[in-house]
Design a protein. Structure first.
Length: 137
């Protein structure tokens, strides 16, 4: 079994909040609840939530293309699955990061296989090949 470490799937960097407890962040930045807290530390000076999301999604698409049709075990921090979940389920950023619950520690999540082409793409290509053959005949 091959083991590959990929920086695309590392936890989000928390910049100036590293080493601070949730209570310390809430107090320092006036967070009213956990949702406020999450918005504050997910948009820090080192890595914005949108940058984190782009990094993880790009890594996931690369992984899906590189290992198409193969079983892959992705082990990472639960927060890494938020951008993947957003991509796979067409969620908004708000839903993926702030509304829906995340993956709990130690949880196992089975992700769907991503075909390179969907069946409709294959049908269109095959129909084009038939039409091209009829035109040439």
């Amino acid at each position: 079994m091959e083991i590959i470490e990929d920086e695309a799937f590392r936890e989000q960097s928390f910049g100036e909040f590293r080493g601070m407890s949730h209570e310390q962040i809430k107090e320092k930045f006036g967070c009213k609840d956990d949702r406020d807290l999450t918005r504050v530390y997910r948009n820090n000076s080192l890595e914005l939530a949108t940058q984190f999301e782009a990094r993880v999604q790009a890594g996931y698409l690369k992984l899906a293309e590189t290992y198409q049709g193969k079983n892959v075990l992705l082990i990472s921090h639960g927060g890494v699955f938020r951008p993947i979940n957003r991509y796979l389920n067409a969620l908004t950023h708000e839903e993926a990061f702030y509304t829906l619950g995340g993956v709990h520690n130690g949880a196992m999540v089975k992700l769907p296989r991503l075909p390179k082409y969907n069946p409709l793409d294959r049908w269109i290509v095959s129909e084009l090949q038939v039409l091209i053959g009829e035109v040439r005949a």
